[in-house]
Design a protein around this ligand. Structure first.
Ligand code: PRX
Length: 634
C-alpha cells in the first residue's frame, strides 16, 4: 500500500502516555531503555537470562561470518520446554494457556498442564512415526488447538515445522511442501468460515498427490463432520488415534541455540516463495522480549492476537510469545464480521481481553459500521491495542483509539516482517504516539532510512528502510537458497546492512513513517503476495499468453490485484473468461489473491532484456510521471 504522503506530512497529533498505563509498565523510561539497548550484547544477554537453559551460551553474538550472524553460540535450550514444561512447576500449572473460540461461539480451554500432556503425547507419537531431529513436519490446519500442539510437539523433539496458511490453495501448498520436503503433514476435516465449513482435507488430498516426500498424513477431526480416511493405506491416521496411549512425558531434545526451528514461506519479487528460516534461541529471546515490553504483559493479562498462525504474526505472537511469558493466548477461528461485525467486541467483553492486536485492514473494515457495535459491548477491560501488517492510516488509527480503546489505550503500531521474526520498529506504552507512525526502533535495533548508495537521507525525505545491526530473532537464511538470501537482503548496500524492502521516512524526532513496499510485493489485506506469483498463476491458464500484475489501492484491503493480460489467439475477455480466470487464480493461490481488475492489453512495458517493468504500469495507474524510461524496449 502506498500511502498518501500529503496526509501523513500533515499529521501532527501527539498522544502522550497516560499515567495509569505508565505506572504499571515494565519499561517506564523509553529513552533510557533505548540507551541501554546500545550495548547490544549486554542488553540481549540480560533478556536471555530469563529462560531456562540446559547449557548457557559462550558467546552472545558471533559476527565472524556476515551476514550469517549467530546468537547465543554454545547454548543449549528447548523452546517447548520454556513455553510449556517450565510452567507446570509453578502457580500457572492450572491456568488457561490456550483459550480457543470459534465463530459459532464454542470454546475450549486448555491449561498449561493439559497442554503439557498433549504436547508430550504428540511428541512421542511423532517419534514413533520416525520423525527425528531436523526433519520437517508441515501443518495445513485451521486456527485450532492442535495447530499449536503440533508446533510445540515438533520443537520438543527438534523437528522443524513449516506451516502452510490454510487460506492458501493447491498450487501454493504443493510448492511449499515440496521445497521443505515435509515428512509428515497435519491437516483437518475442515475450518469454519462465515457459517460454512471449508473442506481443507479435500484441498490437501489433491495437493498431496504431488508431494512425494510426505510419509504420513495426520487428520484432525476438527469440525466433527464425518470424513473418510484410508487408515489402511498406512499413510493416513486420525490425530486422536495417533496420540492415544502415548506416554505423557517426552524428554526434551536439547537444541543448539542455532538449530533450525521453523521454515515459513513468504513472497518476494520472483515467482518462487522464500523459505524464511528461523533458529531456536535468538528467536525465542526476541519474540518474548518484544511482546513483554511492547504489550506490557503481566500476570492476569488476557492476550488476543487475531493474526493467523499460518503467518509470522501468529507464529511469534499467538503461540511462542505469549506461552513463553506464561500468558493465556486467545486462538480465534473465524472472520471479524461473522455472525455480525460485533463478534470481536463481544469476545472482548465476555472474556475480559486486556491486550488486543490486529491488522489495519480489519480495523478499516469494522470502521464502516461506525460505533454501532463498539458501543454495544463493554470494552473497558482493554488496556493496550496494537496493529501490524501494513501501514495504518491516521483515520483508522483514530477510530481504533476512540471507539475501541475509548481514548484510554495506547496503540502499538508494530513494524516488522516474516524475516525479522519480532517487532523491530514500534512504540512501547511509555512512548508518545503519532497516528500513522510506528515511532522508534525497539531498544537494541538500529534502523535508518537510506538512499540508493546506502547513505542516510535527510529528515523528511523518503528512502529505503534498513537495519544496520543484527538482532536475535533475525532469520538466518532462505532455506536452500543462500545466494538469494545474500543478494536480496544484504548486498544492496555496502557494509552488511539489512534491506527490508520497504520505503520510509523519518521526521524531526526520528519517528519512522513506513510508506509501503519498495519491491514487487503486494499487501492485500495485510497478506504478502508477490506480483510474479500472481502472474505465473495467470499464465498457467490456457487463455493467457502474458501477464503483469500491480497493486491497485483499495480503501479496505489496502491493495488488490490489477492484472494486465495479453490473451492467446481465439480468446476474448468476456464475463465467462473473467470468471474463469478468477477461479483459476484462486485455485492456484487461494482467496488471499483478491482480484480487483483484469484488463486486456496488446503489449506490456518491458526492458530490452524482456523483463516486465511493473513500475511503468504503477506510475500510469496512479497518474504519476513514468520516471526513467531509458531501459524501456520501445
Ligand atoms: O511492508 C511491511 C508491512 O508488512 C511487510 C512484512 O510482511 P510479512 O512478512 O507478511 O509480515 C507481516 C507481519 C509482521 C513489511 O515489509 N508491514 C508490517 N507491519 C507494518 C508494515 N507496514 C507498515 N506499518 C507496519 N506496522
Amino acid at each position: 500500500m502506498v500511502r498518501d504522503t500529503a496526509v501523513l506530512l500533515d499529521e501532527r497529533r501527539v498522544f502522550e502516555p497516560k499515567d495509569e498505563i505508565l505506572s504499571r509498565a515494565h519499561v517506564k523510561n523509553w529513552e533510557k531503555e533505548i540507551e541501554k539497548g546500545k550495548d547490544l550484547e549486554k542488553y540481549w544477554a540480560e533478556k536471555a537470562e530469563q529462560f531456562e537453559w540446559f547449557q548457557k551460551w559462550d558467546q552472545v553474538l558471533d559476527e565472524s561470518n556476515k551476514p550469517f550472524y549467530q546468537w547465543f553460540v554454545g547454548g543449549k535450550i528447548n523452546l517447548a520446554y520454556n513455553a510449556v514444561d517450565r510452567w507446570i512447576e509453578t502457580e500457572k500449572r492450572n491456568q488457561v494457556a490456550i483459550l480457543y473460540i470459534n465463530e459459532r461461539g464454542e470454546e475450549k480451554k486448555i491449561t498449561f498442564y493439559e497442554l503439557y500432556v498433549q504436547v508430550n503425547k504428540l511428541a512421542n507419537a511423532l517419534k514413533n512415526l520416525g520423525v527425528k531431529k531436523g526433519d520437517t513436519v508441515s501443518m495445513y490446519l485451521p486456527m485450532c488447538p492442535e495447530l499449536l500442539i503440533s508446533i510445540l510437539a515438533c520443537n520438543k523433539i527438534g523437528a522443524v515445522h513449516s506451516v502452510v496458511y490454510s487460506g492458501l490453495s493447491v498450487g501454493a501448498f504443493v510448492e511449499r511442501m515440496n521445497d521443505a520436503k515435509a515428512k509428515v503433514l497435519f491437516t483437518a476435516d475442515g475450518t469454519y468460515r462465515r457459517g460454512k465449513i471449508i473442506d481443507l482435507k479435500a484441498i490437501a488430498d489433491e495437493a498431496i498427490l504431488q508431494c512425494p516426500t510426505i510419509e504420513t498424513i495426520v487428520v484432525v477431526n476438527h469440525t466433527g463432520k464425518p470424513i473418510q480416511i484410508s487408515e489402511l493405506s498406512g499413510r493416513e491416521i486420525f490425530y486422536e488415534r495417533l496420540v492415544d496411549g502415548e506416554p505423557a512425558y517426552c524428554e526434551p531434545e536439547w537444541m543448539d541455540s542455532e538449530d533450525p526451528l521453523f521454515i515459513l514461506y513468504t513472497s518476494g519479487s520472483t515467482g518462487k516463495p522464500k523459505g524464511v528460516l528461523h533458529t531456536t534461541a535468538g528467536y525465542m529471546v526476541g519474540v518474548a522480549t518484544t511482546l513483554r515490553d511492547i504489550f506490557d504483559i503481566h500476570e492476569n493479562d488476557l492476550w488476543w492476537c487475531t493474526g493467523d498462525i499460518g503467518w509470522i504474526t501468529g507464529h511469534s505472537y499467538v503461540i511462542y510469545g505469549p506461552l513463553l511469558l506464561g500468558t493465556t493466548t486467545v486462538v480465534y477461528e473465524g472472520a471479524p464480521d461473522y455472525p455480525d461485525p460485533g463478534v470481536w467486541w463481544k469476545i472482548v467483553e465476555k472474556y475480559g481481553v486486556t491486550k488486543f492486536y490486529t491488522a489495519p485492514t480489519a480495523i478499516r473494515h469494522l470502521m464502516r459500521f461506525g460505533t454501532r457495535y463498539t458501543n454495544l459491548y463493554n470494552l473497558e477491560s482493554l488496556r493496550i491495542l496494537g496493529t501490524v501488517g501494513e501501514p495504518i492510516n491516521p483515520e483508522a488509527w483514530m477510530w481504533y483509539y476512540k471507539n475501541v480503546g475509548k481514548e484510554n489505550c495506547p496503540i502499538m503500531d508494530t513494524w516488522w516482517q516474516t524475516e525479522t521474526g519480532m517487532h523491530l520498529i514500534s512504540p512501547i506504552p511509555a512512548a508518545s504516539l503519532k497516528p500513522g507512525s510506528a515511532t522508534l526502533p525497539f531498544p537494541g535495533i538500529d534502523a535508518d532510512v537510506v538512499d540508493e548508495e546506502g547513505n542516510s537521507v535527510p529528515v523528511g525525505k523518503g528512502g529505503y528502510l534498513v537495519i544496520k545491526k543484527p538482532w536475535p530473532s533475525m532469520f538466518r537464511t532462505l532455506y536452500k537458497d543462500e545466494e538469494r538470501f545474500k543478494d536480496v537482503y544484504w548486498n544492496a548496500f555496502p557494509g552488511y546492512i539489512y534491506k527490508a524492502g520497504d520505503m520510509a521516512r523519518k521526521d524531526e524526532e526520528g519517528y519512522f513513517w513506513i510508506q509501503g513496499r519498495s519491491d514487487d510485493v503486494l499487501k492485500i489485506a495485510g497478506h504478502r503476495i508477490g506480483s510474479a506469483e500472481v502472474e505465473s498463476a495467470f499464465v498457467g491458464h490456457p487463455a493467457v499468453a502474458e501477464a503483469a500484475v500491480i497493486g491497485k489501492s483499495d480503501p479496505i484491503k489496502g491493495e488488490v490485484i490489477k492484472a494486465f493480460i495479453i490473451l492467446r489467439e481465439g480468446y476474448e475477455l468476456k464475463t465467462q473468461l473473467i470468471e474463469d480466470l478468477k477461479k483459476h487464480v484462486r485455485y492456484e493461490l487461494g482467496p488471499v489473491a483478491v482480484l480487483g481488475e483484469i484488463v486486456q492489453v496488446d503489449k506490456l512495458p518491458k526492458t530490452r532484456s524482456g523483463k516486465i517493468m511493473r513500475r511503468i504500469l504503477r506510475a500510469q495507474e496512479r497518474g504519476e510521471d513514468l520516471g526513467d524510461t531509458s531501459t524501456l524496449e520501445e
